[in-house]
Design a protein around this ligand. Structure first.
Ligand SMILES: NC(=O)C1=CN([C@@H]2O[C@H](COP(=O)(O)OP(=O)(O)OC[C@H]3O[C@@H](n4cnc5c(N)ncnc54)[C@H](OP(=O)(O)O)[C@@H]3O)[C@@H](O)[C@H]2O)C=CC1
Ligand SMILES: C=C(O[C@H]1[C@H](O)[C@@H](CO)O[C@H](OP(=O)(O)OP(=O)(O)OC[C@H]2O[C@@H](n3ccc(=O)[nH]c3=O)[C@H](O)[C@@H]2O)[C@@H]1NC(C)=O)C(=O)O
Length: 353
């Protein structure tokens, strides 16, 4: 059976507020024990076209580097672009909110889970179009890409070595380190819209900022599908990669359950979040199983059994202490996915706690 295009306006076309209003009328929240618009198993069976939707069983903690998070209402893995489109169309047809998850290295999932569909991105091809031009599926591991192209003698993605995210997640966040960032290496980006159409966007037409990409507010974008990077030749790229990896190993809590930097650096003030948190004396500070790393204060660790409530409280306390001492409002880099999360709303606009 062919999948229908949505007859009604998919929610990504709506502003977050109207979407939330629509959802609050139609759906309910797992926190209050009730459920969103339900689809029968038969309907799911007919429409899935090779997709295996899992109902109510998948735990988000298994998809997150922090190891935190309850169940999601629907879970599906996609390995190809067409599967991604089918999954998105299916969600739109049935007014199911959805999020795209890569490696879950920048997400704090809630203990109550997510009242919608988690689409796990496994589109992980890599094409070498010509020397220095790499086209990667958005589910390709960013670390792997960084290591491969640097070892092949191309510069621009050495910083990606050791970053635990996917190419899609890295572009969506404009990930960066060691003075390099994703945006500087991009040639073009292929996206799929909420209506199921593919579009290729040239880097020159897009504007990025520090941990900021245009995709975070692009209303009709449903997902990044593939990215082409344009890199220059360099005899030094391999050495630089090794140096960055070495630096990461000594300055970050590699091997512990973390989600990278919790806060963005307040660059306008020339300060880093890690320094500020260390200066208020919070290295090693704990709330339940959540702990400020004693190696790098902007990394918070799940030291065992942390709940999302522990982590949120720790984030809240750290922000409060830094504000009290320095008058600086730290802003989260991590994305908090609450049970009614709408992908286009950013963490800093969401209530912490
Ligand atoms: N510099 C460093 O050392 C570190 C950097 N990071 C960075 O954090 C990011 C996390 O990547 P990853 O773990 O894969 O992401 P996640 O799986 O954590 O996803 C985070 C959010 O990114 C959005 N997203 C992810 N993939 C896609 C896609 N294909 N299309 C559209 N939106 C997408 C979704 O936002 P929404 O919910 O709004 O739809 C998702 O909730 C990367 O930028 C990574 O480089 C992480 C750790 C360390
Ligand atoms: C880990 C991430 O990216 C990282 C990236 O890996 C590194 C390396 O380039 O630079 C940024 O961290 P950062 O600014 O903390 O870099 P670092 O080099 O570790 O530290 C900067 C300065 O802060 C000081 N510092 C750091 C941690 C700490 O606990 N105490 C402290 O005083 C360091 O001594 C140094 O003088 C990125 N973080 C942000 C929010 O921009 C991420 O985005 O998830």
């Amino acid at each position: 059976m062919a999948l229908r295009l949505p007859e009604t306006l998919p929610f990504h076309y709506l502003s977050p507020i109207s979407y939330r209003l629509q959802q609050s009328r139609r759906n309910t929240n797992p926190v209050s024990g009730t459920r969103i618009h339900c689809i029968s198993n038969e309907e799911l069976e007919q429409s899935r076209r090779g997709l295996n939707f899992v109902r109510d069983k998948k735990l988000l903690r298994d998809l997150s580097t922090w190891g935190i998070g309850g169940p999601c209402s629907y879970f599906v893995e996609v390995f190809e672009q067409t599967q991604l489109v089918s999954a998105i169309r299916y969600c739109c047809d049935h007014s199911i909110r959805f999020i795209i998850v890569g490696n879950g290295s920048n997400c704090l999932f809630d203990d109550y889970g997510f009242d919608g569909c988690v689409i796990l991105n496994r589109i992980n091809f890599l094409e070498r179009i010509e020397p220095g031009f790499y086209r990667a599926g958005s589910g390709y591991l960013f670390n792997r890409l960084g290591v491969q192209c640097s070892n092949e003698g191309f510069t621009g993605l050495e910083f990606a070595g050791g970053i635990p995210g996917t190419v899609g997640g890295a572009v969506y966040m404009n990930a960066g380190a060691n003075g390099q960032e994703s945006a500087d290496a991009i040639d073009s980006i292929e996206i799929v819209t909420a209506g199921g159409k593919f579009r290729t966007l040239k880097r020159a037409d897009l504007s990025f900022g520090y941990r900021l990409s245009p995709f975070r507010n692009m209303e009709d974008m449903a997902a990044i599908v593939a990215v082409t990077f344009r890199l220059g030749h360099s005899a030094l790229s391999k050495g630089r990669l090794q140096a960055y990896l070495g630096r990461r190993r000594i300055s970050q809590p590699v091997g512990e359950r973390n989600a990278g930097s919790v806060f963005k650096n307040p660059l306008e003030l020339g300060l880093t979040a890690g320094e500020l948190i260390e200066k208020v004396g919070l290295k090693g500070f704990r709330v339940g199983g959540a702990m400020v790393s004693s190696i790098h204060a902007n990394f918070f660790i799940n030291s065992g059994g942390s709940t999302s409530a522990d982590m949120l409280e720790l984030i809240h306390l750290v922000k409060e202490k830094v504000y009290q001492k320095f008058g600086i409002q730290l802003k989260e880099e991590i994305l908090y996915v609450h049970p009614n999360h709408n992908g286009s709303i950013q963490t800093e606009n969401q209530p912490v706690m």
